[in-house]
Write a protein that binds this ligand. Structure first.
Ligand code: FIX
Ligand code: ZN
Length: 419
């Protein structure tokens, strides 16, 4: 017998329950498992030294960028805490995130005592913190960002794929597509591939081999690149050639989707280092052409500019081989997440991935997911209430099915179809 439909008043609490209880798969993070040594970032000093908070601190403090970079990690964390949490109220999303994470993980942020908070973290091992953070976020696994051009990271992979079911690989190829001559070519040569600056026929074959070898080594869920706002396709450029002749064929033949993260302006202010990136509106037609010309390739995408979000939904309506994911970086603020999620639901139904965390520091999972669930839950509740007002009735089981698809199922099915 079909489950009874929910009454109008039962909808919001049922959506809330479904959204809170659904275990998510976090499809894009910068987290690493312990096997990657120093790449794995965790603890209160790292949490405070998040590049989002560094940018905010340097706006408010009088010490200047150079003096900030001369400090050691703990001194920087002290300074960020003092500036953003003590001398000002921590209302920004990144600041509130630290407070939510501390509370969710069991430290008391209200006392405002950084040394007490440090003691709390000192009593916890990395493995314990992984368990706690995953539990607080209610996630089953995170997808890492794995860079074969990073020497230290590559060394770990050369020893064999770390058997960790909670940290899944994604093959990131930014150096190949964004800085071929300076960054990618030396690594290709050092790893034994006969590459050259002219992209000869032999070189293109070697680059396909490089990508194939790394797919064998990592078994990644997808391969990914971040791209500037002026990304164009097709294009007579190194990037255009490499996408056309190497990335697309390998992605298709290996059944590994290609994720394009579009709209980042790297190093608008280099003195801020990792905090110095900006964003701008991109031209959607590059993505449209990629999807239209390669209907058998699978593409994942997210855009960094708010101005691109509506156009992106329209593009996704046209291409079943395109799956939109997450509210990336400068989009990951409750007001924008609410707007984008609403827009996506209205234009795409439930055929998208509402969020990824982009967490860099383990404990961030314990705020990014609770904050995301709060906003996504309220948007969905409104949509289902609207449906009920129009005369449709949903059951709790149907809600759970839908939320499962948003948080896990849509991505899994997309991967299965691609493979
Ligand atoms: O390129 C990316 O994957 C970006 O997410 C990062 O480079 C960025 O620094 C970040 O951490 C955003 O959340
Ligand atoms: Zn990222």
């Amino acid at each position: 017998m079909a489950a009874p439909p929910l009454s109008y008043d039962e909808i919001s609490p049922a959506v809330e329950r479904a959204v809170q209880s659904q275990r998510a798969l976090d499809i894009h993070t910068h987290l690493f498992s312990p096997e990657f040594g120093a790449h794995m970032l965790w603890g209160i000093d790292e949490l405070l030294n998040y590049h989002y908070l560094i940018a905010e601190t340097l706006r408010q403090s009088d010490i200047g960028v150079d003096a900030f970079w001369k400090m050691n990690r703990a001194q920087q964390a002290d300074h960020i805490w003092q500036t953003l949490f003590i001398e000002n109220s921590p209302v920004s999303e990144a600041c509130r995130g630290v407070i939510t994470a501390l509370k969710t993980l069991g430290a008391d942020p209200a006392e405002r005592d950084l040394n007490r908070i440090r003691e709390f973290f000192a009593d916890t091992t990395a493995d314990e913190m992984i368990d706690r953070a995953f539990k607080a976020a209610n996630i089953g696994a995170v997808v890492m960002t794995n860079d074969p051009f990073d020497e230290e990271e590559a060394r770990v992979w050369f020893k064999g794929r770390p058997p960790n079911e909670r940290f899944l690989p994604a093959l990131r190829i930014d150096p190949l597509l964004n800085d071929y001559e300076e960054q990618a070519l030396p690594t290709l040569l050092a790893q034994g591939y006969h590459a050259d600056a002219a992209l000869s026929k032999q070189c293109l074959g070697e680059i396909r081999k490089f990508i194939n070898d790394w797919i064998d080594r990592m078994d990644p869920l997808y391969m990914a690149v971040s791209l500037p706002p002026d990304f164009a396709y097709p294009e007579e450029s190194i990037r255009g050639e490499l996408i056309r002749q190497c990335v697309l064929p390998v992605s298709y033949f290996r059944g590994v989707p290609f994720a394009l993260m579009i709209g980042v302006k790297r190093q608008v202010n280099p003195s801020l280092r990792m905090a110095g990136d900006g964003c701008a509106k991109a031209d959607m037609s590059a993505l449209e052409r990629l999807c239209a010309e390669n209907p058998n390739n699978a593409f994942l995408t997210t855009f960094l500019s708010r101005e691109n979000q509506h156009e992106l939904c329209v593009a996704a309506r046209k291409f079943p081989n395109l799956l939109v994911f997450g509210c990336w970086w400068f989009m990951n603020n409750p007001s924008v997440v609410e707007e984008i999620t609403c827009e996506r639901a209205e234009l795409l139904g439930l055929s998208f991935i509402p969020q990824h965390s982009d967490a860099r520091i383990l404990e961030q999972l314990a705020y990014k997911w609770p904050h995301a669930r709060e906003t996504i839950g309220s948007v969905l509740a409104e949509k289902y209430r609207g449906l009920a007002a129009s005369g449709w009735r949903v059951s709790a089981a149907e809600l759970e099915r839908d939320v499962h698809n948003l948080f896990v199922g849509n991505f899994q099915r997309f991967l299965e179809r691609a493979s």
